[in-house]
Design a protein around this ligand. Sequence first.
Ligand code: ATP
Ligand code: MG
Length: 238
Amino acid sequence: MLEIKDLSVWYGGINAVKGISLSIKRGEIVTLIGANGAGKSSAIRAVAGLVKPRGSIVYTDKDGKDIELVGKAPEAMVKLGIALSPEGRKILPHLTVEENLLLGAYTLDDRAVVAENLEHAYALFPRLKERRSQTGGTLSGGEQQMLAVARAMMSNPDLLMLDEPSLGLAPILVDEVFKRITDINKEGRTILLVEQNAFAALRIAHKAYVLEVGNITLEGTGHDLLNNDKVREAYLGG
Ligand SMILES: Nc1ncnc2c1ncn2[C@@H]1O[C@H](COP(=O)(O)OP(=O)(O)OP(=O)(O)O)[C@@H](O)[C@H]1O
Ligand SMILES: [Mg+2]
């Protein structure tokens, strides 16, 4: 569904992503793990159209049509069925939970579809429904992360991209968020998951890539990398 070839991201003279290639099949959970500054966010933001990369990103939509994403605007990505839950959640603290969710549906103009997607988001995250009128800033960290994921779900994406959903969460909440990610995948949606929490990510991933200072240095199934000596030493604490 996504073929990334020779993708590079530059910020002025800084080369954050150095010509990486990866492929994602429809229905998979694919994770990109790596340390701080490895280029994970830069790569996922390039797919979402938020930074302009070099190279090629070919997306196959649900009708089987191949579309080059490089050069397209973020709104175009959402219309193609791609959504991003950004690093650091980026929820609006003074808006209610429901208002935050509705922002995720900004590209949709059919109100019935928006209402349907909202009910679906609440079905996935019942706690958000209970707190629908509460402001985003009063939610706990875990609830805010759920809100960020639910907001990305509001466009009913085929490809859901998540940038560090475990950031700042206690282990029990990480488990809860990752359980929801698995549920979303079971609905038939493809997931691209960027994580520093290699253990949590590899446990649920069908396919995984390790990114080190802008280069992919290892790839395999989630299971393979969980049992890989180099990964264990560098990312799983030995
Ligand atoms: N807007 C920017 N301008 C200049 N340099 C940037 C910018 N954004 C990122 N970088 C640099 O690009 C490199 C990769 O950053 P990126 O945010 O992609 O890493 P990351 O793997 O997501 O890290 P983290 O796990 O800390 O989120 C870093 O060296 C960072 O300083
Ligand atoms: Mg990042």
